[in-house]
Design a protein around this ligand. Structure first.
Ligand SMILES: Cc1cc2nc3c(=O)[nH]c(=O)nc-3n(C[C@H](O)[C@H](O)[C@H](O)COP(=O)(O)O)c2cc1C
Ligand code: SF4
Length: 677
């Protein structure tokens, strides 16, 4: 028997971290996340912000990092909205908020960041942005080189903001020295080509960032915690490498208490999906950077960040001495109670993030469809909505209105038709609100269209989410009927108060000659039957589903011709996911892309396609896989109309959408059942 009266399941993850006079209660930090809804027009913390960050503290993590802040209104901002660290009035909400987080023993931090050459004149006083060197940015903004007067000014605004953070009741600040922002741009040899004492050697490149750190330390005193976020590497040839970063950290160890290593540089879009890791990357893809730094003799605690979301994995990283603490952004967005669930031995109840980027890119309007989209990204946000959502966490972004939703007046009998992501989420949510739930699924398994994920090497997280939903259904006493096609007659026997219809959608089959041939498959049916497709496949439709199917078939050794009638691939993709998907397509020698091209006929030999000029061409193929969109199963859906007091359509049968729309509509349906008695 253990010597200890109480044994933790993840002893490293939940051991306290002592830094000077400060103790972090465990090794789990929320990484910096800024959401537009967390602040009002003046940059003051909103109720939504207090709820979002407060839930992270309540969920058990040791540190709640808020995002970047406004330190100055001249030329430091690359976004229009940030938390205000300038005006005294920010103290009002920040003091209360910090007190709330402290109830749970969590520390709080804001991130100090000057955008440098990425700053947008329209978000400041209209003056040119400044950086290490004079340059024109890809979007055309002129950047002027900083002189020593500018440097002194920047030191001053950092120091003032740090002082304000302390007065706000925060326990620490995080200095953003990575991703190519101002301080990071001085560190990178790609962007700092100065020939004076602020450029050239590592020591010279660190000179100005160190001046800023000295000013901040002076402003906050010795016991206030300063953390630094650095790019362990720029991930671009000629850029920062981990050996540079290790030397940089050694130069500032006397000024900062903690350091963590992200990766990538915002100037190079090809690194974005590493900085904000996509599903193509393995869990903990940056851990090797922290591990190398740990082995280098750096004395301050080192954090690992990037694509970490399993407690076992996080524990192993710490146990193997590769890092001293773990930071997570999306893992905690997907499940705010991550830390509490892990500590209580309920890791299997942690809702996994599927790395879809909706929480990050959607609200920023980063959904541009142009092929070389860095310029659009930096200047133009035509699809900005400020809408915040998470594909798997129905409370993300709108917790304020849903957490306080009234309880149902009485328990209702709820029949849910369809066991895909929407149906399962509705069944789980209705059961959690105390209803008696019966779930019907016509096939022999739950999961609906998510079923494909188990075949695909880059859909590990989606498969984990499918498994999570199945587990949660099984834990709630939901009366599950597999292999059962629900009909109005069948449901009558159950006398439901409410029917939630989640029958989904079916693939669109274009009306072209030969389309009903044996060699034609829909994308969803092709998964799991790859060996029947032959070696040469024509894939019709280059949206996200088509692109992902092409990559999947290529990984199975097929030669794929991807035919898309638009001039771009994956216009329906979320910005970062799309960047990486298109990158993988363009670098896959098994895949040939034909844009501005449509399939006009399927023959015994293959697919006949026509380009913009109308000229037809046969592409020999063993099979043709269709990815031409989906349409709601309207007849299957509408048969339930009038069969119960409440009949609520959700997910794809309501409107063809995403996992996110499935989650939201399902959760919302469960919220409204039983409210009126
Ligand atoms: C919604 C959201 C907002 C973010 N905001 C910031 C930010 O303000 N500052 C920053 O340095 N990083 C920001 N990030 C990046 C994260 O701190 C983190 O580096 C990245 O998401 C990788 O970690 P993950 O794989 O655990 O999500 C944000 C990420 C997300 C998902
Ligand atoms: S929106 Fe997507 S990427 Fe963001 S936390 Fe939710 S599941 Fe993860």
């Amino acid at each position: 028997m253990s010597e200890k009266p109480y044994e933790l399941l993840y002893p490293h993850l939940f051991s306290p971290l002592k830094v000077g006079k400060n103790i972090f209660k465990n090794r789990i930090f929320l990484a910096p996340t800024h959401l537009p809804i967390t602040i009002d027009q003046d940059g003051f913390l909103t109720k939504e912000g207090q709820t979002y960050y407060g839930n992270m503290a309540k969920g058990g993590c040791a540190t709640v990092h808020m995002g970047e802040v406004i330190m100055d209104r001249t030329n430091s901002l690359a976004h229009e909205d940030h938390l205000n660290m300038v005006d005294e009035n920010t103290l009002q909400t920040m003091n209360t908020f910090n007190e709330y987080c402290h109830i749970f023993g969590a520390k709080t931090a804001v991130e100090l960041n000057h955008s440098g050459h990425f700053a947008m004149p329209q978000f400041g006083d209209g003056s040119d942005p400044m950086g290490p060197i004079e340059r024109d940015m890809p979007a055309g903004t002129h950047v002027r080189a900083m002189n020593e007067e500018d440097m002194a000014y920047v030191c001053k605004i950092y120091a003032k903001a740090a002082n304000m953070a302390k007065r706000c009741g925060c326990d620490m600040v995080c200095m953003h020295m990575g991703h190519g922002w101002l301080l990071g741009s001085f560190l990178s040899p790609l962007t700092n080509t100065r020939t004076d004492q602020y450029g050239g050697s590592r020591e010279n490149r660190m000179r100005f960032p160190r001046m800023v750190l000295e000013a901040v330390r002076k402003a906050v005193g010795p016991d206030f915690i300063i953390e630094a976020r650095l790019s362990g590497e720029d991930c671009v040839p000629g850029g920062i490498e981990i050996d540079d970063t290790i030397e940089y950290v050694k130069m500032i160890e006397d000024l900062v208490d903690l350091v963590h290593f992200s990766a990538g540089n915002r100037l190079y879009p090809e690194t974005r999906a590493i900085m904000h890791p996509s599903h193509f990357l393995e869990e903990g893809h940056n851990v090797h950077l922290a591990a190398k730094a740990k082995a280098s003799g750096i004395k301050i605690p080192i954090g690992a960040i990037g694509s970490i979301q399993n407690p076992e994995f996080a524990e192993q990283v710490l146990a193997e001495g590769k890092a001293d603490y773990i930071l997570m952004a999306r893992g905690l967005v997907a499940d705010n109670d991550w830390a509490n669930k892990a500590r209580a031995g309920k890791a299997e109840d942690i809702r996994p993030c599927i790395k879809c980027f909706r929480c990050m890119d959607l609200a920023g309007g980063k959904r541009t469809v142009s092929r070389h989209n860095i310029a659009d990204y930096l200047t133009d946000f035509p699809t900005v909505t400020r809408r915040i959502e998470c594909s798997v966490n129905p409370l993300h972004g709108n917790a304020m209105c849903k957490i306080g939703f009234p309880a149902p007046k009485r328990t209702k009998k709820v029949c849910v038709v369809g066991g895909g992501p929407a149906g399962m989420m509705a069944a789980i949510s209705a059961a959690d609100r105390g209803h008696e739930v019966v779930l019907f699924e016509k096939t022999d398994k739950l999961g609906g269209q998510m079923h494909y994920a188990k075949h695909v090497w880059f859909k590990v997280d989606m498969e984990a989410y499918r498994q999570y939903l199945i587990r949660q259904v099984s834990k709630r006493g939901i009366d599950l009927h597999l292999n059962t096609e629900a009909t109005p007659e069948l449901l009558k026997a159950y006398a439901p108060d409410a029917i939630v219809v989640a029958v989904g959608a079916e693939p669109v089959v274009p009306n072209i000659p030969g389309i009903h041939s044996d060699k034609v498959w829909t994308a969803i049916d092709a998964y799991g039957h790859e060996d029947q497709l032959g070696d040469h496949v024509v894939l019709v439709g280059g949206g996200m589903v088509g692109c992902e199917t092409a990559l999947h078939l290529s990984s199975k050794g097929k030669k794929v011709t991807l035919v898309e009638m638009l001039d771009v691939l994956a216009p329906d993709g979320i910005y970062t996911e799309r960047l990486h998907t298109v990158y993988f397509i363009e670098n896959d020698e098994n895949i040939t892309v034909m844009t501005d091209t449509r399939c006009v006929e399927v023959t015994a030999e293959g697919a006949v396609v026509a380009g913009e000029d109308g000229e037809k061409k046969l592409i020999p193929a063993d099979s043709v896989v269709l990815s031409a969109g989906m349409k709601s199963l309207e007849a299957a859906r509408d048969q339930f109309f009038g069969c119960a007091y409440d009949v609520i359509n959700i997910g794809d049968c309501l409107k063809v959408g995403t996992i996110s729309s499935a989650t939201q509509t399902a959760y919302d349906a469960a919220l409204t059942i039983g409210l009126d008695g």
